[in-house]
Design a protein around this ligand. Structure first.
Ligand code: PRP
Ligand code: MN
Ligand code: MG
Length: 184
């Protein structure tokens, strides 16, 4: 489909599926079912986290509820601007709830650190993060993240929700983008 634009497969569908299962088992063990805070509330960060959110939610062996927020920091550039905008806010109050932010990638960390501050001010009972990918070499702001699927090199990656200029989100795996795509 996008063969000519993808330089290599970084993480295969099978690897994503396996790691998602492991994360789901580990994380579910921390949230007792029937807690006074209610079901675990997953907050998916649109649009990048769509596929990870749906696969992760179905892999979790506990009941969860789902909400979505849309924020954007990149526009069509491949590097982070540091400017975070809310494109869609939550529909519901999260006060007193156990909240887990579900992200596709932590690159500079700017989106997540901003989101953590924003959501903590709404007084959830707890606030944690799970991210499928993290680029340790690119991190500009340190954010406490308990659960990371894969640490990856500082290369531009697409697929499984991650885009370049809104394209490639529908690739079923994580691939590196051929630089020719963004250098001409
Ligand atoms: C991407 C990605 C993360 C964020 C990570 O989202 O999905 O949310 O950037 O970058 P950072 O750690 O440098 O802040 P983007 O803003 O491109 O929006 P999208 O999810 O709709 O693609
Ligand atoms: Mn995103
Ligand atoms: Mg993007």
């Amino acid at each position: 489909m996008y063969e000519n634009d993808i330089a290599s497969v970084l993480i295969s569908e099978e690897q994503i599926e396996q790691r998602t299962k492991e994360l789901a088992e580990t994380i579910a063990a921390r949230y007792p079912v029937g807690a006074p805070e209610g079901d675990l509330l997953l907050i998916g960060v649109l649009k990048g986290a769509i596929f990870f959110m749906t696969d992760f939610a179905r892999a979790l062996p506990i009941p969860t509820q789902m909400e979505f927020m849309a924020v954007s920091s990149y526009g069509s550039s491949t590097s982070s601007s540091g400017v975070v905008r809310i494109l869609k806010d939550l529909d519901k109050d999260i006060a007193g709830r156990n909240v887990l932010i579900v992200e596709d990638i932590i690159d500079s960390g700017l989106t997540l650190s901003w989101l953590m501050r924003n959501l903590s001010s709404r007084n959830p009972a707890s606030l944690e993060v799970v991210t499928l990918l993290r680029k340790p070499e690119a991190v500009k702001v340190d954010v406490h993240v308990a659960d990371v699927g894969f640490d990856i090199p500082d290369e531009f990656v697409v697929g499984y929700g991650l885009d370049y200029d809104e394209r490639y989100r529908d690739l079923p795996y994580i691939g590196t983008l051929d630089p020719k795509v963004y250098t001409d």
